[in-house]
Design a protein around this ligand. Structure first.
Ligand code: TXA
Ligand code: MG
Length: 329
């Protein structure tokens, strides 16, 4: 970034939403809470603003963005919804689901935001602050997670501030988010694909579809290939410390990220212990995941040992993020 910006922080509320809308309309960058994670918003129709957004995050421009809108009518101006896409939208919007659908002929989303694809990712967030900003602004807002590319996604305004202060215009503080992992992404192709597990469980989507969701045929592995299921970049969500999965014991000096009952050999030698959910509740674990990873990482442990987390419900998204965090960089 050439210039250091003065980043304002405003509490959520009427004034915050108005300021956010004004800055978006002027081509600026605004971080705001959604129910999943904090997003970094730009006017979806403004290619210059979107170029600034990629630069502020240090994000590769071939990794496309999600367009956020306030209602289904706005979504249908951007993307073409077949019967199945409509069924998912009606069942789960507003909510932690992103649908990838073909663009409309006069799609207002700038090509830079869709990385030249003829599809577009769309979602209606279920958060009063996000909704107020979208309504005050009036157009679609592209918003990746409001973190430096490759870092853990932000679940608090303070996380946004530590990554992006000086690089964006405004942070609207709406307190901690409820879900804690990013939206589930479903590609509405001939066969619907689960492009990214997330805050809406596979089970709930499959129940509405009446069919199983396939995973994409190839797991895109590297940062420089055009990802089929972008966001599947290998070193995503990575803390500085090494992450060791399925820990059955703790080595001296390791931090422990626990789940459920945390009685492991070596526990006393752990440098720090945080439990995602002592009761073994996966929703609670998802909400705590990114904040706890940041907090443990800040203690500079030798490594972060992570206990086994079941793969059902939000466990699929939690394990997806943890596996990415564990990829050595
Ligand atoms: O919960 C969320 O989805 C958050 C909040 C802020 O809404 N946003 C978020 O955005 O996670 P981001 O940019 O971190 O992740 C967006 C994902 C990326 O993996 C991107 O590759 C994928 O959506 N994506 C966007 N457009 C796509 C498309 N046309 N086809 C396939 N994947 C797409
Ligand atoms: Mg992200």
């Amino acid at each position: 970034m050439k210039m250091r910006l003065e980043t304002s922080i405003l509490p959520a509320g009427q004034a915050g939403a108005q300021a956010a809308a004004r800055i978006l309309a002027a081509g600026g960058l605004v971080a705001f809470p959604t129910e999943t994670v904090y997003g970094l918003g730009a006017d979806a129709a403004n290619a210059t603003a979107i170029a600034h957004l990629y630069a502020a995050k240090g994000r590769p421009a071939f990794n496309p963005l999600i367009a956020h809108v306030a209602d289904l009518a706005a979504a249908r101006r951007i993307g073409r919804f077949d019967a199945r896409a409509l069924k998912l939208a009606e069942a789960f919007w507003p909510g932690p689901l992103t649908l990838v659908v073909p663009k409309t002929d006069d799609c207002p989303v700038a090509d830079l935001a869709t990385a030249g694809l003829d599809t577009v990712a769309i979602r209606i967030p279920a958060h009063p602050v996000a909704e107020a900003i979208l309504r005050a602004f009036g157009g679609a807002v592209v918003a990746p997670s409001a973190n430096i590319s490759g870092h853990v996604s932000p679940t608090l305004a303070a996380h946004v501030e530590s990554d992006l202060a000086g690089r964006i215009d405004l942070i609207v503080d709406g307190g901690p988010v409820a879900v804690g992992v990013e939206s589930t992404i479903v590609g509405c192709f001939e066969a619907p694909l689960l492009l990214r597990p997330g805050g809406l469980s596979r089970e709930r989507i499959e129940a509405v579809l009446g069919a199983a969701l396939a995973r994409p045929p190839v797991e895109a592995g590297s940062d420089d290939s055009q990802p089929l299921a972008p966001g599947m970049l290998a070193s995503h969500y990575a803390p500085r410390a090494a992450v060791r999965l399925d820990a059955r014991e703790v080595a001296p000096g390791e931090a422990l990220l626990a789940f459920g009952s945390a009685r492991l050999p070596g526990l006393d030698a752990a440098s720090v212990v945080m439990n995602l959910s002592p009761a073994g509740d996966l929703d609670e674990a998802a909400a705590n995941l990114f904040g706890y990873l940041r907090a443990l990482d800040a203690k500079r442990p030798r490594a972060i040992a992570v206990m086994t987390i079941p793969e059902d419900d939000l466990g699929e998204a939690i394990n997806d993020r943890l596996r990415r965090a564990a990829v050595a960089r």
